[in-house]
Design a protein around this ligand. Sequence first.
Ligand SMILES: [Zn+2]
Length: 315
Amino acid sequence: MTIKVALTPPDISAYQTGNIGIDYYTTFDSGKPGPHVLVNAVTHGNELCGAIVVDFLYRHDVRPTRGKLSLGFANYMAFLRFNAASPTASRYVDEDFNRLWSVDVLDGPRDSVELRRARAIRPFIDTVDLLLDLHSMQQSSPPLMLCGPLEKGRIFAKGVGVPVHVVADEGHAAGKRMRDYGAFGEPDSAKNALLIECGQHWEEESANVALETTIRFLKHADVIEPDFAEKHLTANTPLRQKFIEVTQAVTVRSSEFSFIEPFKGLEIIPKKGDLIGFDGDTQVSAPYDNCVLIMPSQRLIPGQTAVRLGRLLAD
Ligand SMILES: [Zn+2]
């Protein structure tokens, strides 16, 4: 299969030193009270749209009007290995950086390139009030905001206003995501995090979605010059959002998992009991009517999430 890579990874070498003692993280301080906001790229090394947007913010000298704005490249080790001839290979070096964010794993005895990096940035992440983690997807499907399982995440996603589809979810059996880490996952904390899946990894449109979402995020956090935001937003009025609650993840059990169709995501399985796929000899079917498929995976290996299932929430 030929994979078209329409995006070019930016040269991020100028951002390596940063100013907080952690490679590839920089904090701009307005000197005024306000939240510490982080725009985070390349949690997965092959997801180029985030790197393009963080590079854009640097090149446009975006500074916070209050509080602090940090810009960062999380798994830069994987990103720097990106090769358009084999674009999926640089998702991570040793393991998925976005499955390490539980205290057990971070404090545990295991070691990997990604764990070392997660441990290095953890004290900094502890100071972040509002996180936007920029991601993209394997499949060419509409963008999704993953707002986590808490009401505060849904309210935040609504405040940002894009994209249309917002998914309220718990994450993955394989491990905790940064967006669910620490106070981001505590209902009573004012800290909040969003993870945007901007579209297919290497499609041009994913970078446009990432930029629009980032500017709306910074605008909603009230940390960006309004004129700059207006200048770089598209003229489109955001469409009414749809909220989908993930009810379960289908985790691959056997070595032979297959979907009955090449699903891309957001397909609606009309009837309870309708077939979605096979995990070895076991049928995987819709647990209820109008079951929405969220991010069906092409990495169908035991222990990984094959697809997540959700219901559309009434407004
Ligand atoms: Zn990702």
